[in-house]
Design a protein around this ligand. Structure first.
Ligand code: ADP
Ligand code: MG
Length: 236
């Protein structure tokens, strides 16, 4: 593990349209490797935009984003996609499994674009399934046939299959009841600890913050509005 921060923003501005006001305006922000950060913020405060910048689905209008010591936002899009597949796991709000593919095919697709489907693919998937208390036979179930609880576990397996250094998670619990939400959090945090991943967990639900030692609100990270353009470094 190098000493570079997992995530580093330098003078990052992002606007959805050239003339529009910036949704993201972050002068200097760093997340050390291995840290788990809870990011809160009201609806529309830019949480999903921030995660999309970190996973390279969006690129800054100006400024730079470095990940794991690499100038990620300056990479051409093909190389950015490769970097993402290898180093970044993403769990979306709706889990985004490919519905007509089996569980095995969903996970294999992520492995294929990441570090490759090596000889150890099957045992690794089995191990994750065991840890998440999913039966092996679920591998052959079509994703559209899974319960919500099963989908969320498969989404974690898919996000972790390449042991990503960085994991970004966007409001995954909003459709879950309290018990399912707690189970999800335990599973996620255990998996992150095991992979020593850096986790950015985004939610408007502040009750989840108790699971995290590091908290950040979008209003401190990125106070929007022309009159207040300062940003604040993440407190450690
Ligand atoms: P959050 O996830 O915190 O609810 P978002 O990052 O989704 O916030 O949105 C931040 C702001 O950017 C909002 O004002 C939203 O309307 C706007 N926005 C989000 N996505 C787009 C888009 N694809 N095109 C234009 N504006 C967008
Ligand atoms: Mg959002």
């Amino acid at each position: 593990m190098s000493f570079s921060p997992a995530i580093e923003f330098n003078d990052v501005l992002f606007a959805y349209k050239p003339a529009a006001q910036a949704v993201i305006d972050i002068q200097n922000w760093q997340v050390p490797q291995g840290q788990s950060v809870f990011v809160s913020g009201s609806s529309g405060s830019g949480k999903s935009t921030l995660l999309n910048l970190i996973c390279g689905a969006l690129v800054p209008s100006s400024g730079s984003i470095n990940l794991l010591g690499h100038s990620f936002s300056d990479l051409p899009s093909g190389k950015r996609d490769t970097f993402r597949a290898k180093h970044i796991g993403v769990v979306f709000q709706q889990f985004n499994l490919i519905p007509y593919l089996s569980v095995n095919q969903n996970v294999k697709a992520a492995a294929y674009f990441g570090n490759g489907v090596g000889k150890d693919f099957e045992p690794r998937v089995q191990e994750y399934l065991n840890q998440l208390q999913l039966p092996s036979k679920i591998l052959h179930t079509q994703a559209s046939q899974l319960s919500v609880g099963q989908q969320q576990r498969v989404a974690i397996v898919r996000a972790l299959i390449n042991s990503p250094e960085i994991l970004v998670v966007d409001e995954p619990t909003s459709a879950l009841d309290a018990d399912a939400r707690d189970a999800f959090m335990q599973l996620l945090l255990k998996s992150v600890e095991r992979c020593k991943s850096t986790l950015l967990f985004v939610s408007h639900d502040k009750s989840l913050a108790s699971h995290f030692a590091h908290h950040l609100d979008m209003s401190e990270l990125c106070p929007t509005g022309a009159e207040n353009k300062s940003s604040q470094e993440l407190s450690q």
